[in-house]
Design a protein around this ligand. Structure first.
Ligand code: IDP
Ligand code: MG
Length: 156
């Protein structure tokens, strides 16, 4: 099982798309193991997006991400990092395929609704940045035996 880090960005909150986007992840079978609303500080945004510092869109990205509240989530599942990136779609809303979150709900290239970790290293780093110890929970869902085939002793 992998755990990935997701942000429902300020545009998702302002456009009342939180429920619709969470539903996409839940319907896929991903388990919500952490979730909270917060306002991202300038310091936290800079740390989170440090790989993008110096790029043309960086200042606007930090301004956008700190402008209004976001919802941050920890999502768990087999291959969760790649599964979530595929559900999100390509970075630019104008290019993202229909059927993806960015493809179905947005058309902007910067206001693209959702962030998702792009590697196991990024997921570990980002989860630790946004969630305190004890805020990501381990629990079993009643329906898990129908989400995964566990007959061989592991989730498949
Ligand atoms: P990702 O979110 O799909 O991983 P990244 O390349 O990591 O895409 O970029 C981080 C965020 O920065 C994007 O989600 C988007 O909000 C913004 N961004 C990236 N490239 C551009 C651009 O060329 N113009 C405007 N905003 C951009
Ligand atoms: Mg990225």
């Amino acid at each position: 099982m992998e755990t990935t880090f997701i942000i429902l960005k300020p545009d998702a909150v302002q456009r009342c798309l939180v429920g619709s986007i969470v539903t996409r992840f839940e319907q896929k079978g991903l388990q919500v193991v952490g979730m909270k609303m917060m306002k991202i500080s300038a310091e936290l945004a800079a740390e989170h997006y440090k790989d993008h510092a110096g790029k043309g869109f960086y200042a606007g990205l930090v301004r956008f991400m700190t402008s209004e509240p976001v919802v941050v989530m920890a999502l768990r599942g087999v291959g969760a990092i790649t599964v979530c990136r595929n559900l999100m779609g390509a970075t630019f809303g104008s290019k993202a395929a229909a059927g993806t979150i960015r493809g179905d709900f947005g058309i902007s290239n910067s206001f693209n609704l959702v962030h998702g970790s792009d590697s196991p290293e990024a997921a570990t780093r980002e989860l630790a940045l946004f969630f305190k110890s004890g805020e990501v929970l381990d629990y079993a869902r009643a329906g898990d035996s129908w989400v995964y085939d566990t007959s061989a002793g592991k989730a498949e």
